[in-house]
Design a protein around this ligand. Sequence first.
Ligand SMILES: Cc1ncc(COP(=O)(O)O)c(C=O)c1O
Length: 376
Amino acid sequence: MKNLFLLDPSITYLNHGSYGACPVSVFNDYQGWQKKLEQQPVQFITKHLWRHLEEARKELGGFLNCNGDDILLFPNPTTAINNVIENLNLNKGDEVLMTQHEYGALVRAWSRSSKKNHFAIVQQPVNIPVNSKKNFIKQFLAGITVNTKVLFISQITSQTGLIFPVKEICEYARKRGIITIVDGAHVPGHINLNISNLDCDFYTGTCHKWLCAPKGSSFLYVKKSLQDSIKPQIMSWGEEGDDPGPSQFQMDFQWQGTKDMSSFLSIPSAIHFIESNNWKENHKLSKELILEVSDDLKNLFGTDPLFKSEDWVGQMVSHPLPLNVPENLKEILWEKFLIEVPIFEWKKQKYIRVSAHFYNGKNDMKTLLNALKIIF
Ligand SMILES: Cc1ncc(COP(=O)(O)O)c(C=O)c1O
């Protein structure tokens, strides 16, 4: 399927996890929206945009199994989560529980607010390699105290590429009146997501990663009962503006000053692309590739995976590198072999993270392994 994407065919692209990659058809749709906007900016922005945004939200809601009116469109999860943090009114004595695997930028966002508002952040350790779901949940929930007001957890982690059992965790928190915020940046178009079933309070996800929409398309789901209590960081016209909306919540957020919203408008095209290319079957095939490459890396480096059973991973695996890893491994792989793959340090250990999506095949993994064999 490589020719359905805009990726340079001469490179081996094993980093869908970072920014995604956009199919030609979806990118054409995106540019089509941009052209429509520029043909008559005033009419497009003042008369039609709100309706197209509503359609995009509706389609996305259908895909995520929640009401489209409960979704706010944001360019990325960082903006979405910053908006949530600022609305929680946490104070001295309150605690936010999260795993040690959360995305660095968002941990920084929490930290800034915790310093300003004097609440505590608890980054609960869990044993690696992760083994049973039950153990993981038990270890993580041991971090809850009477002061825990918020639970923040990734459904698929960035650096460690692990799928966490968020459903059970949200259920536990809900019974205790703890607010649940799920970071699902890597989830839509990767693994099944049913937000209504998950029943969390807030859920952020990207459309530009595994759903293959253009960059700058993400969302924040907010449970109905909390919508009155959340206000945008960027205050604009809201209900005094021209755009109608189903609620004050939508009107407050949907217009935040002039910007190109074409990436939001092409979300339906991305959903159409992944559905018409059987994304669930693609998931199975990509996961097989990932499990094979995980075994190969284990055999090559003699280092153990971060997980004991395959239900912890999807289309992305992070594998520990040996101690003799060259300082500039990432550059060597790119400059000598044209392989784009992330190499990074997490908790004093170096990792390689391999992603597989529609356009990857066995050959890509072979190219990576051959290169690593030459280098090591
Ligand atoms: C788990 C996770 N959360 C949040 C984000 C935030 O993405 P952004 O920097 O685009 O807001 C990422 C990005 O890769 C991520 O992997």
